[in-house]
Design a protein. Structure first.
Length: 334
């Protein structure tokens, strides 16, 4: 590092991002990616400012304005409790300040805040073909996480998987448990499917409680907010029988996480009421989600799961999912 660079670095200051930073964030992002993603950053910054307890949003500043930014959010557990995990999904540095450890300063600031909040792990996703970003995370102490990313093209309709053999137990899938619907699928037109509403939260929590025996109201409140308020398009669905919710799928359309600029749906959670397993509820939800996304010209559905969740991997494979060209990285913080 040159003497001039050291002097510049000494004058950098860190502080939370505010609404006044939006133009600068969008300008830096456009300089890095070549396109403007104002709508994406408007939603992300608004969500962070509305509920700061679940987000980290840091800005690095110099005398001539914003140098860089980083966004992270809680993705598992609750702050201060065992198992809490956060995801770093956006980090950017102004081109004229790159190569001066600005990214490292931002990452260190995020990690310091997370440690203070009792979060034990920070994760992120990186395309395997992005050596610069992989190198940055490697130098920062990140290692491969025991998780995989799967993706599916919406151009291909959801086919009904082959049923299990007579002597084989059906594989059950529920992203929230994970255990849920099996391969005995009905066509989606036999199961009423509608868009998710905020008023559905209580029913979703109740379905999950019956499936897992745990009350995860905080998790579902956070996930529903992401799906309904932060998504570029509302695509989350609820399945009903006799006008009562019996299953749901939480998904969102992102235009910017992990360095991607194109529209991509992220599938977070599927839940099926235990009393309705084996009736094709999960299959109907997945089929409707795929059809809706294809109509919206969203090309891909992405999801992330534990690498050894064999039942879930088998189920998603039957639905046409395949490994994405991304790796999940993690860094232990406490």
């Amino acid at each position: 590092m040159t003497e001039q660079t050291e002097t510049e670095a000494e004058t950098w200051t860190l502080s939370p991002l505010t609404g006044d930073d939006l133009d600068a964030v969008v300008a830096i992002d456009k300089a890095l990616g070549g396109v403007s993603r104002r709508g994406f950053f408007e939603k992300r910054l608004a969500a962070a400012l509305e509920d700061p307890g679940d987000f980290i949003y840091v800005g690095l500043r110099a005398a001539d304005g914003l140098v860089g930014y980083a966004f992270a959010r809680l993705v598992a557990g609750e702050f201060g409790k065992p198992g809490a995990r956060a995801g770093l999904d956006i980090i950017g540095v102004r081109p004229d300040h790159q190569g001066r450890s600005a990214g490292l300063r931002l990452l260190e600031a995020v990690e310091e805040i997370l440690r203070h909040k009792g979060v034990g792990e920070l994760t992120s996703q990186v395309d395997w073909s992005n050596p610069a970003l992989l190198g940055f995370f490697g130098r920062s102490g990140f290692t491969l996480a025991p998780r995989i990313v799967l993706t599916r093209s919406t151009a291909r309709p959801i086919d009904q998987p082959s049923p299990p053999a007579d002597d084989e137990d059906p594989v059950e899938v529920d992203f929230s448990a994970p255990e849920g619907d099996d391969f005995d699928a009905l066509a989606r037109d036999h199961i009423p499917i509608r868009s998710m509403k905020e008023a559905d939260l209580g029913a979703l929590v109740a379905i999950d409680r019956r499936a897992t025996g745990a009350d995860r109201s905080g998790y579902y409140r956070r996930k529903q907010r992401e799906a309904l308020r932060e998504s570029g398009v509302r695509v989350s669905l609820v399945a009903e029988q006799d006008a009562h919710p019996v299953g749901f799928i939480m998904a969102r359309v992102d235009y910017g996480e992990f360095g991607h600029t194109g529209p991509e749906a992220v599938m977070d959670t599927i839940g099926v009421d235990p009393g309705y397993r084996g009736h094709g509820v999960g299959q109907a939800l997945m089929s409707q989600l795929n059809a809706n996304l294809a109509t919206l010209r969203v090309d891909q559905i992405r999801t992330e799961l534990d690498w050894n969740d064999v039942g879930l991997i088998r189920y998603l494979d039957a639905l046409g999912f395949a490994p994405a060209q991304r790796v999940v990285l993690r860094r232990h913080l406490v």
